[in-house]
Write a protein that binds this ligand. Structure first.
Ligand code: FDA
Length: 392
């Protein structure tokens, strides 16, 4: 079962690389310990796979070297992937913010990749766990797997990150990098719900299930999207996005009524209908339970007509500039991605090949390149897989 190219991981990056390498006439074998290929694609985007974004920009990727991703992203773009999807007749739509989803199901994307792999002649071996890799003196790689011992000329590590261990995430690729002396950037969960300490939870727990259109700022990053209160803290797209920029000890500044001006709207209501309670007035702008908490916290009582401009300003500041310090995140159990990984300094940006070990490639999530929520991570998987597939 030897092959010229062995790819460890039949996820988005590994399958794309397999297609490209096999099209060049290389004999390609993809190994994956899962029962089926593309398991993360299957569950992604709520089952509809947000497969790319119309607005791919380098600033939307986190990495020690934010320019590293540029080469691959420019050589195999979102338009190239959309062309593949269109050629396969897969219907899709833009949901919001340039995010493209399948109309039917994420299975369409998996079927597309498997079909192209087969047509190109790449082989796939499932239920095959890779335990060890090594290199002999002649430069060939040796692979110890549950499918037996294998050798190859080019070894592509496409084994993903640590997120969702229940689905087979193993951290295997980081071990291979370390074994071959490639540096790692410390890993941490990204695109993950954030959690509160008991003190904050006592206040926010009754809000679990409530969502608002928010603007969340964390360090230099700012995201205007939905926010969801949970039993453990906060989630929703704006929080997932901010979580990738959040470190322990950091506070978030949350505008709980993005797109509204609480002071101006309450002032107008005060003139027109001042006999409403301040809480009920605020509940016309934000969800009632949240309005009740904000009003209670600012200590305001009575009707809107009783409130001074200064009092409305205090309430406005509470709603538009809520400062909150999460204590942690839900961790890899629910994180969509792993930040950090194989240091890009150790890789060639054009080919994804190790600078120090010829024939060894790292692609996809295992590399220290992490995209925003919204199709950016799959685009990185397609682009980096494609780039390695041109040379491996
Ligand atoms: P991926 O993790 O997909 O594949 C790695 C493969 O390697 C797995 O199949 C695994 O079984 C295998 N493997 C690991 N160790 C092995 C070993 N030792 N031996 C053999 N096989 C091994 N992104 C996006 O752009 N749009 C979206 O809609 C979503 N949605 C989403 C939802 C959820 C719930 C999650 C968890 C993640 C997303 N993502 C996303 C992120 C996206 O899924 C992720 O970035 C890519 O799947 C990464 O692709 P890779 O091919 O690098 O790894």
């Amino acid at each position: 079962m030897d092959a010229r190219v062995i790819i460890i991981g039949a996820g988005a990056a590994g399958m794309m690389c397999a297609i490209e390498a096999a099209r060049r006439g290389r004999s390609v074998l993809v190994l994956d310990h899962a029962k089926a290929a593309g398991e993360k694609i299957r569950i992604s985007g709520g089952g509809r796979c947000n497969f790319t974004n119309l607005d791919i920009q380098p600033e939307r990727f986190l990495s020690q070297n934010p320019r590293f991703a540029l080469s691959a992203l420019k050589r195999f773009t979102q338009w190239d992937f959309i062309a593949m999807v269109d050629a396969a007749g897969i219907p899709w739509h833009e949901k919001t913010l340039g995010q493209l989803f399948c109309d039917r199901s994420a299975n369409d994307i998996i079927a597309l990749l498997l079909d192209q792999m087969e047509k190109a002649g790449a082989r796939l071996r499932l239920n095959a766990t890779v335990h060890e890799v090594g290199q002999s003196t002649d430069g060939r790689f040796q692979i110890e797997s549950s499918a037996g011992a294998l050798t190859c000329e080019s070894l592509v590590i496409a084994s993903g990150g640590k997120s969702i261990p229940k689905m087979g995430a193993s951290g295997f690729g980081y071990r291979v990098a370390e074994q071959f002396g490639l540096p790692l950037i410390e890993t941490r969960p990204g695109l993950v719900p954030l959690t509160f300490a008991e003190q904050e939870l006592a206040q926010t727990r009754p809000l679990a299930g409530t969502s608002v259109q928010a603007e969340v700022a964390c360090n230099a990053a700012r995201f205007s999207e939905g926010l969801l209160f949970t039993h453990r803290g906060l989630s929703g797209p704006s929080i997932l996005q901010a979580s990738s920029y959040w470190r322990e000890g950091d506070a978030l500044t949350v505008n709980l009524a993005a797109g509204s001006d609480v002071v101006a709207e309450l002032s107008a209501m005060r003139t027109e209908a001042g006999r409403v309670s301040v809480k009920n007035a605020l509940a016309r702008i934000i969800p009632e339970k949240l309005a009740a908490i904000a009003v209670a916290e600012t200590g305001l009582h009575g009707n809107l007509a009783d409130q001074s401009n200064a009092a409305l300003e205090v309430l406005g500041a509470r709603v538009h500039g809520w400062r909150i310090k999460p204590v942690g995140s839900e961790g890899y159990r629910t994180a969509e991605v792993t930040l950090g990984g194989v240091d890009t300094d150790a890789l060639d940006a054009k080919t994804m090949q190790s600078r120090s070990v010829q024939g060894l490639y790292f692609i996809g999530e295992v590399v220290d390149v992490t995209g925003w929520l919204g199709g950016y991570n799959f685009q990185w998987a397609w682009s980096s897989g494609w780039a390695a597939g041109q040379v491996a």
